[in-house]
Write a protein that binds this ligand. Structure first.
Ligand code: SF4
Length: 413
């Protein structure tokens, strides 16, 4: 689910680093070796069996691999010192553990970082690019992770919705975003920070994950589930499931399974309180209208005042921001332990929508607050970088590398 991060116009204050060519190269057609990233320990053991590792060593070797990947954070088999040279060679011949190529890294003056990551081609496809964003806040650091390249849905306020779906990301590509972001932030405790990485000086690292980047995560359920199982494994990335939030546009049949099988926090991209308007803003509403969506929310496994559902509501001037809308929102959510995130709309080139006036956003927030719901207004972050989801990818497609280098030099100088 993208389209949540508000970010108005550019200001020439950020640092933009074009890392293409200074990074792990991604040939147009790399030979396809299976990635071990994102696999469970059992699946790792299965792969090891496939290359002839003796049965009695499988568990131990899978545990070693896991430790190197997620505790030590290595991305090269040759660094796995306690694994024999022969096995390391066999692993490198058959598998890969490469992370995405970093095409571009932008660092806002407010500490928000945005990466454009490139993954190699799969099958007959082409290499793909997706975005991952890091948002430091008081007491926590949130990584916004993508689940698909583009999106099949066409939410009209969302920039990613203008990009056609290319493919689902694999579990390894989802985990790869987390590993690479942590590496660039100097947040892999036992790994050396790579040359050229810019490490936050105030020590705010990745404490939370939101599946709120490009794509609808519940249309890529199995891969997202497996990636989040790796991210929340206590031996490794070790993110609490209560600090992982999955945001959906409202794929009603998968909402119950999300609670049961992933056990993560839920966010709903709501944005409208009437079916006729939501049919336009979030067209999946035509398939799963508001009453079905809210019934699924009421039944969400583990729902309580300590585990509330977040409802995302983008503030669109003259569209969904009246006080009647606010009252209807309160009525609709009655009985659901909920928090409402009000998001000032971040216009992107070509959109017809405008952000609501600030006074109106505050009046809306006050009404919802008075009804007993926390309704923080999301502070716009990363204003000086292209942080509305999907924008960096589009810009990258439009700008030639030389232009990007010129831009990077201009903002750096
Ligand atoms: S479901 Fe797709 S189109 Fe809708 S907000 Fe999310 S990324 Fe954008």
């Amino acid at each position: 689910m993208a389209g949540h991060r508000p970010t108005p116009e550019s200001e020439p204050m950020s640092v933009s680093i074009d890392l293409a060519g200074h990074n792990r190269p991604t040939p147009e057609k790399a030979p396809e070796r299976q990635s071990l990233l994102g696999l469970s320990r059992d699946s790792l053991a299965e792969r090891l069996r496939g290359i002839g590792v003796p049965e009695k060593q499988l568990r131990m070797r899978a545990g070693q691999l896991w430790h190197w990947l997620y505790v030590r954070g290595v991305d090269d088999f040759s660094a796995m010192a306690n694994i024999s040279k022969d096995l390391r060679t066999a692993l490198a011949d058959n598998f890969e553990i490469a992370r995405p190529e970093i095409v571009e890294e932008q660092i806002s003056v407010d500490g928000t970082r945005k990466w454009l990551f490139r993954f190699p081609a799969r099958g007959a496809g082409r290499p793909v690019e997706i975005e991952t964003v890091y948002i430091p806040e008081e007491g926590r650091g949130t990584l916004c992770v993508s689940s698909q390249v583009g999106c099949t849905l066409t939410c009209t306020f969302c920039h990613t919705g203008t990009q056609r779906l290319v493919r689902n990301l694999t579990e390894g590509e989802i985990v790869g975003q987390i590993l690479t972001a942590r590496e660039r932030l100097g947040d892999l405790p036992e790994a050396d920070t790579p040359m050229g990485a810019i490490v936050p000086s105030d020590g705010r690292l990745v404490s939370n994950i939101v599946m709120m980047g490009m794509g609808e995560p519940l249309y890529n359920f199995d891969n997202v589930k497996q990636a989040l199982a790796v991210a929340s494994d206590g031996d490794g990335l070790a993110l609490s499931r209560r600090r992982i939030t999955l945001s959906t546009s409202g794929v009603v049949p998968m909402i119950g399974r999300t609670g049961e099988e992933m056990g993560v926090m839920l966010a709903i991209s709501l944005h409208a309180v009437r079916d006729d308007l939501r049919d336009v803003l979030v067209p999946i509403n035509k398939k799963y209208p508001l009453d079905e969506l809210l019934a699924a929310c009421r039944a969400y496994p583990g729902l309580s005042n300590a585990r509330r559902i977040t409802f995302e509501y983008v503030m669109l001037k003259g569209v969904n921001d009246s006080l009647a809308d606010a009252r209807e929102l309160v009525r609709l959510l009655r009985g659901i332990p909920a928090k409402i995130n009000l998001i000032p709309f971040n216009p992107w080139p070509g959109t017809d929508y405008e952000c609501s006036d600030w006074d109106q956003i505050e009046r809306f927030a006050d009404l919802v607050n008075d009804a007993g719901y926390a309704s923080p207004i999301r502070t716009p972050r990363g204003r000086d970088i292209f942080a509305a989801c999907g924008q960096l990818k589009s810009e990258s497609e439009r700008m030639k590398k030389a232009d990007r280098l010129a831009l990077a030099a201009a903002v750096a100088g």
